[in-house]
Design a protein. Structure first.
Length: 406
């Protein structure tokens, strides 16, 4: 699949994408994810405290999103990406020594900060490495390839980690945390092979207020970009929350325990394929129908999950859903970047991420409340909202303004 990766692009673009993909692969090797809850329970945390850790991660990402985006545009997108990986590696090693709730909260804040450093800078690095021309389509292809490499890391991590710590003993789970910390450290080391683009070396470092103003203006005054952002918000499929809810869904439908890890690994394989080939959808169907398909399928699958009570079908629906909800990410990435200026690209992407994160945070509170009462009603609500957004908000070739800031 990856052998002829972007062979039509310039050597520089291929080199950058391949290195970022390799870094992302190692940076995604979180071997302990399938059993993080049992590990924390054995560290004497309660379920409520574990849920609070996820809230801290969301809050820290939101708070640090815009400041880190500004820093990326001022000091360099590669610099920001490198900082993200170093911060994340530090958080992983600290996780090994954490024994109390305040320390785990601190780690989540550090991790959220690392995610914020990376959120806008990674896509900015890719976009600026692309050759002149139709960068929108090229960015969709590059983002899909990057997402596939990242999810491949998840497949390896969940499979290997699940085998090592299948007995859920503290010593085996701790071993997988050590492995994850070493993997992220490897990713941070590889990031030193990346270099800033030529345009960055010859520009004057921009003022912080100017960056914020330029990024905000590029969003607020651009009706097409606002329309694309609104579509991405209303069709948000709450993937981070599904990682929690699918386990409850499996329990309620009687899925055997072995499928909790195996199902997630299979789902990640589907994501690899979906993201790698997502860029072909606009070429085959056009922008309008490719977005309807990519954003609407998760809505249909959520409605099916709300209806289903059969164990084997629950696994199949989750695997399909996890792949489908990642299909639109490369498409939106290409569209967002086409509307943002080079000078404030990371800041603009961070602003968009912050807006979406507010919606996810507020919606997540409601979804958590609903899940405690009826998982089926919660799935149905998400599905209906997604389908309304996918059908009602039309984004076609007229709204792409391809490469407006070349």
């Amino acid at each position: 699949m990856f052998r002829h990766l972007l062979s039509w692009q310039s050597n520089s673009a291929m080199s950058t994408l391949r290195m970022v993909a390799l870094i992302s692969f190692f940076g995604q090797l979180y071997f302990f994810v399938p059993f993080i809850t049992p590990y924390l329970l054995q560290r004497n945390l309660t379920i409520a405290e574990i849920a609070g850790l996820q809230t801290m991660l969301l809050v820290s990402s939101l708070v640090m999103e815009i400041p880190t985006g500004v820093l990326a545009d001022r000091f360099g997108h590669v610099w920001s990406y490198r900082a993200a990986l170093i911060v994340l590696a530090g958080g992983e090693f600290l996780f090994l020594f954490a024994r109390d709730y305040p320390t785990f909260l601190l780690i989540q804040f550090i991790t959220g900060t690392g995610f914020a450093f990376a959120s806008g800078s990674v896509h900015a690095i890719l976009y600026e490495s692309l050759p002149e021309g139709n960068r929108t389509s090229a960015m969709q292809r590059a983002t899909g390839a990057l997402g596939a490499a990242t999810q491949l890391g998840s497949v390896v991590a969940y499979s290997v980690g699940g085998l090592i710590a299948a007995d859920l003993t503290l010593s085996r789970m701790t071993l997988t945390i050590v492995m994850g910390a070493l993997a992220v450290t490897t990713a941070a080391s590889l990031s030193f092979a990346l270099r800033e683009g030529d345009h960055f070396a010859h520009r004057v470092r921009p003022d912080t207020r100017k960056l914020l103003g330029l990024a905000w203006t590029s969003i607020w005054t651009n009706r097409d970009l606002r329309r694309i952002i609104l579509l991405s918000i209303l069709t948000c499929s709450f993937g981070a929350h599904l990682l929690v809810f699918y386990q409850q869904y499996f329990l309620e439908t009687g899925v055997p325990g072995v499928w909790f890890g195996v199902g997630l690994s299979l789902a990640s394989v589907v994501v690899v394929v979906a993201q790698f080939y997502a860029w072909k959808l606009p070429l085959m169907l056009g922008t309008r129908w490719s977005l309807v398909l990519a954003t609407g399928i998760p809505g249909v699958l959520y409605l099916a999950m709300a209806w289903n009570q059969v164990a084997w079908l629950a696994v199949a629906l989750f695997v399909a859903q996890w792949g489908a909800m990642h299909l639109s990410a490369p498409l939106f990435s290409g569209l967002f970047n086409a509307h943002l200026p080079d000078e404030a690209r990371a800041t603009g992407l961070s602003l968009i991420n912050a807006i979406v994160t507010v919606y996810i945070g507020a919606g997540g509170v409601l979804l958590g409340w609903l899940a405690g009462r009826s998982l089926s009603i919660m799935f149905m609500l998400i599905g209906v909202v997604i389908l309304i957004g996918a059908v009602a908000i039309s984004v076609d070739d007229r709204h792409t303004a391809a490469d407006a800031y070349q």
